[in-house]
Design a protein around this ligand. Structure first.
Ligand SMILES: Nc1ncnc2c1ncn2[C@@H]1O[C@H](COP(=O)(O)OP(=O)(O)OP(=O)(O)O)[C@@H](O)[C@H]1O
Ligand SMILES: [Mg+2]
Length: 313
């Protein structure tokens, strides 16, 4: 396995300065590292990724993807094409059966135990159903983004909703960034869906991730809220250079908000390019009739919010 902790002096020095992965303050094990300087490689490199689930379903086949800082990548494709599986691999929620994922110089594919928890924190997840603790105040939900990277004593005190003043200030700033400073004390359940999704984004900001992974973040939202959520994700991407991978069923939204679109069909990348290059022919290929696409048809008939827009039948 190549390169432990920097074969050249500059690399080793940089890692030593940053004490591991930087924001979570935990040093990744040496075997996790690759040696190239970060500047010369994409922030996220997915190489020949394959996933076969225990039931034999091949969810991803030979997926390769380089994502650079500041890229906002919309992943589109029919239901069952492997979009969520891809995000879960990047976040190390599942372990791929083939290939490798390297995030900011760290091999995350085979991380386990503590290293796996560390790499998970490097990807901030935004979910369709927001995943907020409904009975907690909004500010506490945002603070949950801090807990994973906090020292043990901080995590202990957090169980009693006691947080350091610095963390609270940071959480307030994150809430302000998503336009919800005035709702800090509200119970999460009192917010609309769009507002809850913005709280979930504030929680991700609190986590200070190296990549943001959003799995159908607008599937439960009305058009106005959807637009606001996607605008926010794009702005964060532009402001901080944090790349965003967002799974979408809405082709029009992918065109409007992404800097790049990746199309999956039956677990393979069949399109990877600029939104402007996504014409009828490409869409037909992405949504081509496969077993996965046929399943998508069934689901889409039942859930009109998931019918891909702009797709030629
Ligand atoms: N835990 C699992 N065990 C077995 N098979 C799974 C599992 N999760 C997903 N699959 C299968 O893997 C394939 C890809 O699923 P995935 O959820 O990644 O697709 P998707 O593109 O996100 O679909 P959707 O648009 O409906 O969310 C599907 O055939 C699905 O049935
Ligand atoms: Mg999915």
């Amino acid at each position: 396995m190549g390169g432990a902790f920097g074969e050249n002096g500059r690399d080793a020095e940089r890692w030593a300065d940053e004490d591991g992965c930087g924001w979570c303050r935990r040093r990744l094990p040496a075997w996790c590292r690759v040696t190239q300087p970060r500047e010369s490689q994409p922030l996220l490199r997915v190489s020949s990724l394959g996933v076969r689930y225990g039931n034999g379903v091949r969810a991803l086949r030979d997926v390769s993807l380089d994502v650079r800082r500041g890229e906002c990548v919309a992943v589109i494709g029919p239901s069952g094409s492997g979009k969520s599986t891809l995000l879960r691999c990047v976040n190390r929620l599942i372990r791929p059966t083939e290939g490798e994922v390297v995030l900011d110089g760290a091999r995350i594919t085979h991380a386990s135990g503590r290293a796996r928890r560390t790499v998970r924190r490097r990807g901030g997840m935004v979910f369709q159903q927001f995943n907020l603790v409904q009975q907690l105040p909004v500010i506490d939900n945002v603070l949950l983004g801090w807990i994973g990277g906090a020292p043990a004593v901080g995590r202990c005190l957090a169980q009693f909703r006691r947080f350091p003043a610095g963390a609270r200030e940071q959480a307030e700033a994150c809430l302000a960034r998503v336009g919800l400073a005035d709702r800090a004390a509200s119970q999460a359940s009192q917010l609309s869906g769009g507002q809850q999704q913005r709280v979930a984004i504030a929680r991700v900001l609190m986590q200070d991730p190296e990549v943001i992974l959003a799995d159908e973040p607008i599937a439960s939202l009305d058009p106005a809220s959807s637009s606001r959520v996607l605008t926010l994700l794009r702005e964060i991407c532009d402001e901080r250079g944090v790349p965003v991978l967002v799974n979408l069923h809405q082709v029009d939204e992918a065109r409007r908000f992404a800097t790049r679109v990746v199309g999956l069909n039956a677990g393979r990348v069949v399109f990877d390019g600029a939104p402007g290059a996504l014409a009828t022919q490409q869409l037909e290929r992405i949504y081509a009739d496969t077993p996965a696409a046929r399943t998508a048809g069934d689901i889409d008939m039942a859930r009109t919010d998931r019918v891909p827009q702009g797709v030629v039948a």
